[in-house]
Design a protein around this ligand. Structure first.
Ligand code: 13P
Length: 242
């Protein structure tokens, strides 16, 4: 299983160093991967500090061009150059605040996989979609092109993050997570695709065990609760014996 911390626009180098210092004591359950995704400014340092620990360091996004005039963006080659072997793509905050579309997310995924970066690809519906009964239609739209091209690619993991549950403290209920993960799983199966699926959205140490116990949930993509080492450890503890 996977516990992936999306650190968004948090942490300075001092805070990063403190996290990695404390992470040396992490007790990681067998067969669990720990991933953190810090800001681009911290990628190199995080990769250096992660050496000899059980933590992998991913980027938060990856541009579709190999290089060029794209101010504020990071290429796959630059991510690799920082020492990372993977990246998030399609996070809802990118889609919501930076106008990323299904098309640009798809292009980013193509570029990342071309460079052999592992990808955690994020999908999820907004509250209005759910209220209008459009959750599945929105997910299908987000998934259809990427499934066609990457169905047999084991270096793609999906993260289902309902936008209304991100950073709001509102976690989807276990039933909502189960039903939506089941729908995604059957959609993937119909398309001969066996990607693993993480859940994200207000995952905390007090709800993670129940969510991660669902057979379709392969772990979590966690924001706030992944920032502090103690809380990260508490998330890892939830996966013991699962
Ligand atoms: P929170 O866990 O803070 O709700 O963030 C979830 C998320 O966006 C992870 O990518």
């Amino acid at each position: 299983m996977i516990v992936a911390g999306n650190w968004k626009m948090f942490k300075t180098s001092k805070e990063l160093k403190e996290f990695f210092r404390l992470s040396k004591e992490f007790k990681v359950p067998t067969n669990v991967r720990c991933i953190v995704a810090p800001s681009p400014t911290l990628l190199t340092l995080a990769n250096q500090l992660s050496e000899g620990t059980s933590i992998e360091v991913f980027a938060q996004n990856c541009h579709w061009e190999e290089q060029g005039a794209f101010t504020g963006e990071t290429s796959a080659a630059q991510i690799l150059d920082c020492g990372s072997k993977g990246t998030l793509i399609g996070h809802s905050e990118r889609r919501q605040y930076f106008a990323e579309s299904n098309e640009t997310c798809f292009k980013r995924l193509q570029a990342a996989r071309k460079a052999d970066l592992e990808v955690i690809f994020c999908v999820g519906e907004q509250l209005k979609d759910r209220e209008q009964g459009k959750t599945e239609a929105v997910l299908e739209e987000q998934l259809k092109d990427i499934v066609k091209e990457f169905r047999s690619d084991s270096k793609v993991t999906l993260a289902y993050e309902p936008v209304w549950a991100i950073g709001t403290g509102v976690t989807a209920t276990v039933e909502q997570v189960r039903d939506t993960h089941n729908w995604i799983r059957s959609y993937l199966e119909k398309n001969d695709c066996a990607w693993k699926i993480l859940y994200g959205g207000s995952v905390k140490p007090n709800n993670f065990k129940e969510l991660a116990s669902l057979p379709e949930v392969f772990g979590g993509l966690v924001g706030g609760a992944s920032l502090e080492a103690a809380s990260f450890q508490a998330l890892l503890d939830c996966l013991t014996d699962l």
